[in-house]
Ligand binder design. Structure first.
Ligand code: ZN
Length: 328
């Protein structure tokens, strides 16, 4: 059946995932490669070509059943021209015409966009964003990814740079961000910052006199502490963990209140590794948002947990390909 399946490619900092997704949003076959094993843009294209052939066989799908290919890439992407300007984790990647190169290799239409944008499209069709046409999607991980959906379409802005919620400054005298600015949100609520804050509150020694159970839960090795450890500790009532999530939720909720005042969305869809902390984070975000948004209707904007999970980027990229090919 023609156009019954779509290919998604999700370029992440550590893994590159590729998969075959049905028109109904089901992932039927997938594969992944380590990003640091890719030695340049041409190598990426070659690997994608080989993986594509293998995935079709595995899925038992013929090439003519594939409608289009969608790619989500981190950072600055020129969606119109199909160019990914920078991929810091792949050497020699600069202003690479990714859509055209993959098109030449696979013989299919290719659509490229920012990873947060394609994820939002996936959530809109098959996840927590079903039924919503105006919402903001946040992905909480090492950084904070953002995507703005307006009237059912991605809002890209004048230069394709819209949605960079992680780089909204929350402190003009704050921490130096990799982007060059000071006090960007993601330097406070990114997973590494959350762990660092917990360590700071615990102090130098294993228990730090703080009485926190976080060290113990990490097997006595600070290197094992993750946001999950801190979420588990919070569930057991650990004071340090609760304080870390209170601060994190407050900062995120404050940024969300600003977004509500600016865009008046129907809801937020929040995913990513840090969001797995669950209610201990979501409740704090809601409290902050509710106390800071201007209008009483804005204060009750729903904050929904993303539903597509670890393959959100992959399913989103394929869904994005489907929508883009049908729009053309
Ligand atoms: Zn920044």
């Amino acid at each position: 059946l023609a156009d019954s399946h779509f290919i998604g490619i999700d370029i992440g900092a550590t893994l590159i995932k590729m998969g075959v997704v049905t028109r109904e949003g089901a992932l039927v076959s997938r594969d992944e490669a380590r990003t640091d094993e890719i030695n340049g843009p041409s190598h990426f294209v070659k690997i994608a070509g080989e993986t594509f052939e293998r995935l079709l066989v595995e899925a038992g799908v013929e090439k003519r059943a594939i409608g289009a290919v969608g790619i989500g890439a981190p950072g600055w992407v020129d969606h119109q021209r199909g160019i990914v300007h920078e991929l810091t984790n792949i050497p020699d990647w600069r202003d690479f015409p990714l859509a055209r190169k993959i098109e030449e290799t696979l013989g299919l239409s290719v659509f490229v966009d920012n990873d947060a944008n394609v994820m939002a499209v996936g959530e809109m069709l098959y996840g927590a964003g079903r039924g919503y046409k105006n919402f903001i999607c946040l992905t909480l991980g090492t950084g904070v990814g953002g995507a703005i959906i307006i009237d059912g379409a991605i809002h890209r802005g004048a230069n394709g740079l819209a949605g960079e919620v992680g780089h909204m400054s929350i402190d003009t005298q704050g921490r130096q961000c990799a982007c060059g600015a000071l006090g960007c949100l993601e330097n406070y609520v990114g997973n590494r910052s959350i762990v660092a804050r917990a360590l700071e509150l615990m102090g130098e020694s294993p228990t730090g006199g703080s009485g926190s159970i976080i060290y113990e839960m990490a097997g006595g090795d600070p290197a094992n502490i993750t946001t999950k450890t801190i979420a588990d500790a919070a569930a057991k009532g650990d004071a340090v963990a609760l304080e870390v999530w209170r601060e994190t939720g407050r900062r995120l909720g404050s940024a969300m209140a600003g977004l509500i005042n600016l865009l008046d969305p129907e809801c937020f869809v929040v995913g990513g590794g840090v969001a797995k902390a669950g209610p201990v984070l979501f409740d704090r975000m809601k409290e902050a948002m509710a106390s800071l948004a201007m209008n009483k209707l804005g204060r009750s904007t729903p904050i929904l947990e993303a539903e597509l999970g670890e393959h959100a980027g992959l399913i989103g990229a394929a869904t994005f390909a489907m929508l883009s090919s049908e729009r053309d």
